[in-house]
Design a protein around this ligand. Structure first.
Ligand code: NIG
Ligand code: FE
Length: 402
């Protein structure tokens, strides 16, 4: 078996404990080892520890020099829209000149303009796009990414999107209810089609389903119909909720036992209380709030109330053209008032839980998958401290250099 030793690390940092998701005080607890090593055997971590405790190793071992680097668990991006064609740089310029995201959406731009470009990309074009986006994420330290469909909204392109994510090594989510495409009269007619014609195949390719519950997208009753059908088909449930308005996403997520409700920029005190008392993870996307000039989600209130939270990029061409989890961790510290330790847990072990991989990824500990992000830094807290600079030296995925 191929063994890799990363030696002489300045520090190794991993969320404390064994559970997922972490919440409350445990979210901010991190185990830090100085002058450390990670030993990988095949795809799995065999041991971590301090250099002085490294036992003599027999057999063939590939050694990586960790001097000047810090190891953290491979970052987990649990919310991306990586499967899209084209870009929205023209719209970005219009927004910079004063147009709002909602206005562009209502005028047939926004999500629907990416739907046109994604349909035109074809299966090969989509595959190439997802690989390119995955490689961007890896350069920023992401070793596991979730990728949603939702820019096809026809049978062929939705399924091609899910295949492209899966073939690129990502975790596919069917965002079949992202917008109503122009060939349908209304949301009900579109859902009739999506649930009858797309869900049976999507359920074989995807691990979860997601819906955009918002004024101008899908209402609570439509979201419920979509999610119940998806749950019936064996998919885990996620929701885009409280991005612009509170339209019932949190109660629905709790009632249906969803894995997560994502965005929460508009969540008020009652939503905070309800989410904190539930098993649903709040996925916070501060790069999206920043990119759209929107209020930040009430992260501190959520954590202090005991909610389980995760952090993700929301990487997409319209509301968050950002693939960097280190940048998101930095925003978490400066805008959401989370500590670097809370940001680390939220973008590793808690994000892994959202993807149903809680015991397998998200920690640097024996038995976990050997996904390691090596920070180009003398202290692991540079993950959040370094605002937009080169945070990551390299990653190991399943014990291998990708
Ligand atoms: O999570 N809010 C809905 N969906 C995406 C944005 C999609 C787009 O603008 O293309 C989001 O922000
Ligand atoms: Fe999103």
């Amino acid at each position: 078996m191929n063994r890799v030793l990363v030696r002489d690390l300045a520090q190794l940092a991993s969320p404390a404990g064994h559970d997922a998701p972490l919440r409350g005080q445990a979210l901010g607890e991190v185990d830090v080892l100085e002058d450390a090593f990670v030993l990988c055997a095949g795809e799995t971590i065999e041991a971590v520890g301090r250099m002085r405790d490294l036992p003599p190793l027999e057999g063939e071992i590939v050694e990586l020099d960790g001097r000047g680097l810090c190891a953290v668990p491979g970052l987990v991006d649990c919310h991306t829209h990586a499967a899209f064609g084209g870009d929205r740089v023209d719209e970005f310029s219009l927004r910079a000149a004063g147009a709002s995201y909602e206005e562009l959406h209502a005028a047939g731009g926004g999500i629907l303009s990416t739907v046109r470009a994604t349909r035109a990309a074809g299966e090969n074009g989509l595959r190439a796009a997802v690989e390119r986006h995955r490689d961007w994420m890896r350069r920023e330290g992401t070793t596991t990414f979730e990728g949603k469909s939702g820019y096809g909204l026809d049978r062929e392109t939705e399924l091609a999107s899910l295949r492209a994510v899966r073939e690129a090594g990502g975790v596919p989510t069917w965002l079949g209810a992202h917008a109503v495409p122009p060939e349908f009269a209304d949301a009900a007619a579109y859902l009739d089609f999506a649930l009858a014609e797309v869900l049976p195949e999507a359920a074989k390719l995807a691990e979860a389903a997601d819906v955009f519950l918002e004024q101008g997208a899908f209402g609570a009753a439509q979201a419920r119909r979509y999610l119940e059908a998806c749950r019936e088909a064996g998919l885990a449930l996620r929701l885009h909720g409280d991005q612009f308005t509170e339209a019932g996403a949190i109660p629905l997520a709790i009632e249906l036992g969803a894995r997560s409700v994502d965005h929460l920029e508009a969540t008020g005190p009652e939503g905070v209380r309800a989410l904190a008392a539930s098993g649903v993870v709040g996925v916070l996307l501060p790069a999206s709030a920043l990119f759209l000039g929107r209020p930040m989600p009430p992260a501190r209130a959520l954590v202090d109330a005991g909610a389980a939270i995760a952090l993700a990029t929301d990487f997409n061409p319209g509301s968050a053209f950002c693939e960097s989890l280190p940048l998101v961790c930095s925003l978490a510290a400066t805008q959401l008032r989370l500590s670097p330790a809370e940001a680390l847990a939220a973008s590793t072990v808690n994000a892994a839980h959202v993807l149903g991989r809680g015991g397998r990824i998200g920690r640097l500990a024996a038995g976990y998958r050997a996904d390691v992000t090596l920070l180009d830094a003398p202290d692991w807290r540079y993950l959040a401290y370094h605002l937009g600079g080169r945070a990551v030296a390299r990653v190991l995925i399943g014990g291998a250099l990708p």
